[in-house]
Design a binder for this molecule. Structure first.
Ligand SMILES: N[C@@H]1[C@@H](O)[C@H](O)[C@@H](COP(=O)(O)O)O[C@@H]1O
Length: 317
């Protein structure tokens, strides 16, 4: 698993801040001064070369955390650097009983923040229907739809302060699949901000992909920002896999990436933060050196590094 740390929420959005001091790396990355995650997704889609027969399948979250990522993806689309024509999406979750066109439904969220601004084919969008007559059937169908397109290539996720991923609240089985879930009181309080601060207006049930549904994706990228998520990040990274912090399941994923801001690292050991930063700096310096032809043999090192990380080396890595 890799951890990428940026100064603050905006830097999680901005691909480079003041982290890379060597001017040549700065020069190299200047062209990538965009959302780290949005750019990462753009690169993954580009490398995949999706087509109608072989679309890029992505899992997507809602919440305040990914808003900036979606904004950057829309910008990249407008600059013609990304197309969603051959992209198939599956959203993590949806409230039960909230009308689909309610401003706080995840359906509205996704269309308002991303889908209506890009060239995605509406039939390629999959969002659970929290008003389906048979909710269990709806969940089964969602899993079947994922299987039908060959599984999810990259699942992007956010977390709640209690470490839940999607709506997999503490105590959720780490082998869980898409299902109906009762929301934790802490989540209801956290989400009341979207319902005029009134917890009585927050739906108490949701449909959500399971922990295993997320972990079955070929790559998992999790966005964690803010001091209120610092304990969850520490539990996820420094302690064992635990159903009380369901995002910790990422430790078992062969290709997991967490992108966080400094605030979210407040509960981590200094050595943990230094360790992950040093890994990133070494990785960046190898790529930057190669680009400016300052060092021989770097290409070889880069491929070793890439193989070690079990992922293709991309400009933003
Ligand atoms: N079900 C969603 C999660 O998928 C999301 O990650 C979380 C965090 O939201 P935010 O990004 O607003 O902190 O909110 C909800 O609980």
């Amino acid at each position: 698993m890799r951890l990428i740390i940026r100064e603050d929420y905006e830097e999680v959005s901005e691909f480079i801040g003041n982290v890379l001091t060597q001017f040549f790396i700065l020069f190299y990355y200047a062209t990538y001064k965009k959302s780290y995650i949005a750019n990462y997704i753009k690169e993954r889609i580009r490398q995949f070369e999706p087509s109608s027969e072989r679309p890029f399948v992505i899992g997507l979250p809602t919440g305040s955390s990914p808003i900036s990522v979606y904004k950057k993806l829309v910008e990249l689309y407008k600059q013609e650097k990304i197309s969603f024509k051959h992209v198939v999406t599956f959203n993590m979750d949806e409230y039960v009983g909230l009308p689909r066109d309610h401003s706080e439904s995840y359906h509205s969220f996704m269309w308002n923040n991303l889908f209506k601004h890009v060239d995605i084919n509406p039939s390629n969008v999959h969002i659970l229907d929290g008003n389906a007559p048979d909710l269990d059937e709806e969940c089964k169908k969602f899993e079947a739809d994922i299987a039908r397109v060959g599984g999810i290539e990259l699942f992007l996720g956010g977390i709640g302060p209690d470490g839940h991923i999607a709506f997999n609240e503490p105590g959720s089985s780490l082998t869980s699949r898409t299902r109906v879930k009762t929301l934790a009181y802490e989540t209801i309080i956290a989400n009341a901000r979207f319902f005029e601060g009134d917890i009585t207006k927050v739906p108490k049930l949701a449909l959500t992909v399971g922990v295993a549904t997320v972990m079955d994706a070929r790559e998992v990228v999790v966005l964690i920002t803010g001091a209120h998520k610092a304990i969850a990040l520490a539990k996820c990274i420094e302690e064992g896999i635990n159903h009380m912090w369901t995002v910790s399941a990422i430790q078992m994923h062969p290709k997991g990436l967490i992108v966080c801001d400094e605030d979210a690292t407040l509960e981590l050991h200094v050595k943990t933060v230094k360790y992950f930063k040093s890994i990133e700096h070494v990785h960046h310096s190898l790529i930057g050196s190669e680009n400016l032809s300052l060092q021989g043999g770097v290409k070889q090192l880069k491929s070793v590094l890439s193989a070690a990380n079990n992922r293709p080396t991309t400009p933003m890595e």
